[in-house]
Design a protein around this ligand. Structure first.
Ligand code: GLU
Length: 502
């Protein structure tokens, strides 16, 4: 039997997500248990959303959790490059094969035509999808348009009737009617591949034997299988893992729960505890024990015992497990090492100290001023938000609008955070001092402190957001109706143009 090779294929378009680590963990366990190999591939085909920063953060976060890989963009390997943006020639050569064999076709439809098509399909309650318009073009017409350099995409042909039937390792037989499958764009007009195409070509060329990924990809699998068939390649085994859920069973989302691995690192969780907790998602050890190391999980692992009931990512349970690790696994010396590493991260400290240096007379003044940087959620109460000019609703409004606006910052920078606060103050017509008041309490725990803008910038989006949300909860939370009203205000704020200052 071929050597087992699995992979994690993150798209570097945001924070390192706990869901990525969860899928990576199961892939790595499965590969290692079979003495196989686990690969990391960066799927950055979406050039507008992918960033080098996100890629670095993902690699760093996975390594922090102890999830290393045999081959990848940073360690190399015999099947490289491992970043899809560097494999364009490979995809282009492969798309030509499909075009020559008539399994894919050039589509010259304009965005306007496709929009109109979508509108009419929606109006007629049809499943939106491409209608095959360009399939009717003759070979000569296609050649002529290509020679004239008319923009086009390449789409895959899809059977018109019948079902795609495949076996999922955990779910058994899955049947999806071909009529539900769109004539997927495989190559965009900029000649870069889409996820579906690059993913299949790479899984084949990288000799992936088992595709273990989230269940959100089940409906894409027919497209993938069709590509394997067109190329005459042996498809890998598919295994779709259950998605992580919030305690209310909805899909895990950062609106309800922190999802970034960096958040858990910044809050002082131990990587061993977090990875253990992720191992409990859909998996239980045969003897039922809840505390286990990644190696122990690997030796006992049996993918066929993964349970499909939506695993709940519950921060309270993680807290319990993390506490257990701290008590049982760390002696004083280990604790000192773990704590120092967490608290005195050189990058963080070198950002904090300039804020304090000119405000202290003794080194012992530092901690009372900067303690909030070295904390998780702060012990604030609703009385702390009492203010002469602001009601508790004003405070909630400022806090909620700030959370939403911070989430939308295209890049995390001090200037960005500052601009956002200034704009909010002008938009609400509340002086900046007052606007910043609830933020000071939520972020620093005090009405007077070092700059709250610097503080949010240094604490980062995840921790800032968690503290702002915690403050909103302390003020009684935002009801459904209040949220609706605030969303309206947010839309006005988004369209608000700050008057130019003289
Ligand atoms: N790039 C995809 C993602 O971000 C990979 C999906 C797959 O594993 O096929 O989830």
């Amino acid at each position: 039997m071929a050597k087992v090779r699995t992979r994690i294929a993150p798209s570097p378009t945001g924070d390192p997500h706990v869901g990525t680590a969860y899928i990576a963990l199961f892939n790595r366990c499965f590969a290692r248990q079979h003495e196989g190999e686990f690969i990391l591939r960066i799927e950055d085909t979406d050039q507008t959303r992918s960033t080098a920063r996100s890629e670095q953060d993902i690699l760093k976060a996975l390594r922090w959790l102890g999830l290393d890989w045999h081959e990848g963009p940073d360690v190399g390997g015999p099947h490289g490059p491992y970043r899809q943006s560097q494999r364009s020639d490979i995809y282009r050569a492969h798309i030509e094969v499909l075009l020559e064999n008539g399994q894919a076709f050039c589509c010259f439809c304009t965005a306007e035509r496709l929009d109109a098509l979508r509108v009419s399909q929606t109006e007629n309650r049809q499943t939106p999808g491409y209608d095959g318009h360009c399939l009717l073009l003759s070979e000569q017409e296609v050649q002529k348009k290509r020679a004239e350099k008319q923009p086009y995409v390449v789409r895959m042909k899809v059977p018109e009737e019948g079902d795609c039937v495949f076996t999922d390792r955990l779910r058994g037989e899955i049947r999806i009617a071909w009529e539900q499958i769109d004539m997927q764009v495989l190559m965009k007009s900029d000649h870069l591949p889409t996820y579906h195409f690059a993913n299949v070509v790479d899984d084949h060329l990288m000799e992936i034997t088992h595709v273990i990924r989230g269940e959100e990809w089940i409906n894409s699998t027919p497209k993938h299988l069709l590509l394997y068939q067109h190329f005459g390649w042996q498809p890998p085994q598919f295994c779709h893992m259950p998605l992580l859920r919030n305690p209310d069973k909805s899909k895990l989302s950062k609106r309800k729960n922190p999802t970034s691995i960096s958040y858990y690192k910044d809050m002082g969780y131990l990587p061993e505890a977090l990875i253990n907790y992720l191992g409990m998602m859909g998996w239980t050890m045969p003897d039922g024990r809840e505390k286990f190391s990644i190696e122990e999980m690997q030796s006992a692992f049996d993918i066929d015992r993964v349970s499909l009931g939506g695993p709940v990512f519950d921060v309270e349970k993680l807290d319990w497990l993390n506490g257990k690790y701290i008590r049982e696994n760390l002696d004083v010396e280990d604790f000192v090492a773990a704590f120092s590493q967490w608290a005195f991260d050189p990058v963080r400290i070198s950002r904090i100290i300039p804020l304090l240096k000119d405000r202290v007379e003794r080194l012992s003044d530092v901690i009372p001023l900067a303690g909030f940087f070295l904390s998780g959620l702060l012990p604030v109460s609703d009385a702390d938000f009492k203010h002469k000019q602001l009601t508790s609703d004003d405070c909630k409004k400022i806090l909620q609008l700030t959370v939403w606006q911070l989430e939308q910052l295209p890049e995390w920078s001090r200037e960005g955070v500052e601009q956002l606060c200034q704009t909010l103050s002008q938009f609400l017509d509340i002086r900046i001092r007052e606007t910043l008041f609830p933020l000071f309490i939520a972020i620093t725990g005090k009405a007077v402190s070092t700059s709250v803008i610097d503080a949010m910038f240094i604490l980062g989006l995840d921790v800032s957001r968690a503290r702002l949300r915690h403050a909103i909860d302390i003020l009684g939370g935002v009801s459904k109706k209040e949220a609706k009203d605030l969303e309206r205000v947010l839309r006005e704020l988004e369209n608000y143009v700050r008057p130019v200052q003289a």
